[in-house]
Design a protein around this ligand. Structure first.
Ligand SMILES: C[S@@+](CC[C@H](N)C(=O)[O-])C[C@H]1O[C@@H](n2cnc3c(N)ncnc32)[C@H](O)[C@@H]1O
Length: 306
């Protein structure tokens, strides 16, 4: 039976510090498989609340102890602690203390993103993609950016803040694009980019997209597997072989993959076979607060240049 003292010993719980300056923060990344017996949950800090995701039902004794210790340690600093039971078919949430706020935001440097902490599996913010957004912000000034699978448009916000000339966001889900627009409203700029939002199934046709190009930077961040709309194993190559028609020579491509069962080699092989004119430049390193036992199981973000 696992108990809290073991957790404290391996995760240094007593040393956990909330960092307001750094914005959204992962306090505990069990999912990275670095803490045997504690892989089943994560703890995030979205000032001023804690957001905990359970990927399986916890062992009751440990969980009761953990919740008591968490409250003793953070109830003064955090207005609420919300738990999402991700292992349920339709994930439910409950509060260890406090309430679920109607409106809440994740801060990331100068950016602000809307969170939905009430009922959806995806809360509308992908913290682990922050280094990729920083990568984009460094090079987007004056560039034409194509954001495939745009969902929250967090990449688009980063590009606009950096002064991109134009950004085309594409997602098949209209509600997703509405969330993206909302995130843009939350992040006003003095000189706006030419912003477009297109509701379109990317696998269905490329003609329209090609007419709207060319682009200087392409971001490709699909789901690993979404029933009926995308499966990385079969569909990633269908994206990759279109890249040469969307960017001129010298164009930058960021390919992302968050499937733990497909390693970096999968993406390299797909790029090598279906977009042989692209050269691998680097892999974008993950956040320090997301320690990962296996770099293949972790989020993979690879930079290529045509
Ligand atoms: C992993 S999320 C993308 C996250 C996004 N890059 C962000 O930063 O918020 C995947 C998105 O892909 C969209 N999607 C899945 N299959 C698609 C398809 N075939 N065509 C267009 N969009 C698709 C979903 O609607 C979902 O919003």
């Amino acid at each position: 039976m696992i108990d809290f003292s073991e957790f404290d010993k391996v995760t240094h719980f007593s040393d956990w510090q909330l960092s307001v300056d750094r914005g959204a923060q992962r306090l505990f990344h069990g999912r990275g498989q670095c803490y045997p017996d504690f892989e089943f949950f994560t703890v995030d800090y979205f000032e001023p609340l804690l957001w905990i995701v359970l990927y399986r039902e916890p062992e009751p004794n440990f969980w009761a102890q953990f919740c008591v210790e968490l409250q003793a340690r953070f109830a003064n600093e955090c207005t609420s602690a919300i738990v999402q039971k991700r292992y349920e078919n339709t994930p439910s949430t409950y509060c260890l203390w406090g309430d679920i706020p109607l409106m809440h935001y994740a801060n990331e440097g100068a950016y602000r993103f809307k969170l939905d902490l009430s009922h959806k599996q995806n809360i509308g913010y992908f913290m682990d993609m922050q280094p990729a957004r920083a990568w984009l912000a460094q090079r987007a000034e004056g560039q034409r950016v194509l954001n495939l699978f745009s969902y929250t448009c967090a990449f688009s916000v980063a590009a606009e803040q950096a002064g991109a000339a134009s950004i085309l966001n594409i997602d098949m889900s209209k509600p997703a694009l509405s969330e993206g627009r909302e995130n843009h409203r939350l992040n006003p700029v003095v000189r706006a980019s030419e912003l477009r939002f297109l509701s379109h199934n990317i696998l269905k046709s490329w003609g329209r997209l090609k007419k709207l190009g060319p682009f200087d930077i392409l971001i490709c961040d699909p789901p690993s597997r979404q029933l009926g709309s995308f499966d990385a194993i079969n569909d990633y190559k269908k994206l990759v072989r279109q890249f040469p028609d969307l960017l001129p020579e010298g164009g930058d491509i960021l390919v992302c993959l968050n499937a733990p069962y497909l390693g970096q080699r999968f993406l390299e092989e797909v790029m090598g076979e279906y977009c042989p004119n692209a050269t691998f430049v680097s892999r974008i390193a993950g956040r320090e607060d997301f320690p990962e036992a296996s770099s293949d199981a972790a989020l993979k973000v690879l930079h290529y240049r045509l």
